[in-house]
Design a protein around this ligand. Structure first.
Ligand code: GLC
Length: 405
């Protein structure tokens, strides 16, 4: 589990037959498409002809990511792996190869941790209730159908946990409707993969919780992760150009890291298997920053501080990292947060000592801040303190501007 607490940044990959639709991963359901039409138009044209997961993994590494999570089967039910449970899979149809095998081998070979996203929900399965109902079904047709369905998805997980070597994460989604006998299924998963980290959506016991399209730390002290899209969609959408900027990605990373969480950032490869150029550029830019400043993020701890308008903070041991987001009108930044005595301030990327003053009332001023921005994005200072970080003023609420409670 330690690797997960240190990792802080991972790549989420939504890729499947739906990528051929070029309009997200829910097309099958949203557009009320029949399985025949979905198979003919999309599954059969899913060729993965330029699929090279080694390149995905190398990109993830350049971006500073430590693990990768692939949609081995999304809600459309089309398995990217070889399965004896159904012919609706990538070996029998579409690419005619086991995409998950190549993924697992490549990610491991590049020294990253291997994660499998898996959705029990399956719109293609005859026992899945009201597959074409809008949104999620809330009950099973009858107990026999439910039992058959649970046996089916459990068997797919048994295959995934048996045939692909060591798996580091099982990432559940679409665990609806209940009951899905998650406890029993997770017990099997753990027997097959004793060191795996299981996400919280399919019953206990689980190892981490997930916050989706929002960065909200759990109240309890448990490993957690926020999963976020890079544009507005999980699956490839050829028209969606609403990409976050590299700086916005860094801000998300600071927010998760400051509460000791990980950021699982999504890419939606094209049907041929290549990651859109815009995504590649953003990730590489983030990676350049992390290469010099990663210390402020990896293995970060929960910080006791409040919020500021021009900066974000992360902490580790006896260092507080000040991430300055903007050039400053008075050419300095005032941090009225740190109770501890400050010993030293330096620019993290260069190691250069920096001029500062800690006044009697505890306010820390870092001077001459303008003109030093790394990649024009964020300027990070390491503030070395005495002891463990303590807040100057007790945090009275967890209210942060722009955040819903
Ligand atoms: C939602 C969506 C799904 C996506 C997931 C990612 O649950 O149903 O399409 O894969 O979020 O967390």
């Amino acid at each position: 589990m330690n690797w997960f607490k240190d990792a802080r940044f991972g790549m989420f990959i939504h890729w499947g037959a739906y990528s051929v639709t070029e309009r997200g991963e829910w097309t099958f359901n949203r557009e009320y498409i029949t399985k025949e039409e979905y198979t003919e138009k999309y599954v059969n044209n899913f060729k993965a002809e330029n699929y090279n997961p080694r390149e995905w993994a190398r990109l993830a590494k350049r971006a500073g990511m430590k693990y990768m999570v692939l949609t081995t089967r999304h809600h459309d039910g089309f398995a990217l792996f070889d399965t004896k449970t159904s012919d609706f899979n990538a070996v029998k149809l579409g690419p005619h190869k086991d995409l998950v095998r190549e993924f697992a081998d490549a990610v491991r070979a590049e020294g990253l941790k291997v994660g499998f996203y898996f959705s029990p929900a399956d719109w293609n399965h005859p026992d899945y209730p009201n597959a074409y109902l809008r949104d999620w079904p809330d009950e099973w047709a009858d107990e026999a159908a439910r039992k058959r369905f649970v046996a089916y998805y459990k068997e797919q997980l048994r295959e995934l946990m048996t045939n692909y070597g060591k798996i580091d994460i099982l990432w559940y989604d679409g665990c609806i409707p209940k009951p899905l006998d998650g406890e029993e299924v997770n017990a099997m998963v753990r027997e097959l993969q004793p060191e795996i980290m299981i996400s919280s959506r399919n019953g206990r016991p689980y190892d981490f919780v997930v916050s989706e399209q929002a960065i909200v730390a759990p109240k309890e002290d448990i490993p957690w992760e926020a999963c976020m899209t890079l544009n507005g969609n999980w699956g490839y959408h050829s028209g969606d150009m609403d990409y976050k900027t590299p700086k916005e990605v860094l801000k998300m990373l600071f927010k998760t890291a400051s509460d000791a969480g990980n950021l699982l950032l999504n890419v939606g490869p094209k049907p041929d298997g290549t990651i859109p150029e815009q995504s590649v550029k953003i990730l590489e830019r983030v990676g350049e920053w992390l290469e010099k400043n990663g210390e402020a993020v990896y293995a970060s701890e929960r910080h006791p501080f409040s919020w500021g308008m021009s900066h974000m903070l992360t902490v580790k041991g006896s260092t507080v990292y000040v991430h300055l987001l903007y050039a400053m009108p008075e050419n300095n930044i005032c941090i009225a947060e740190i109770k501890n005595k400050v010993k030293r301030v330096y620019r993290l990327a260069t190691g250069e000592e920096h001029r500062f003053e800690q006044r009697e009332d505890g306010r820390l001023f870092i001077y001459d801040v303008n003109g030093h921005f790394e990649n024009d994005m964020v300027l990070t200072y390491a503030v070395e303190i005495e002891g463990q970080p303590e807040a100057l003023i007790k945090r009275t609420s967890f209210w942060i501007p722009g955040e819903e409670d």
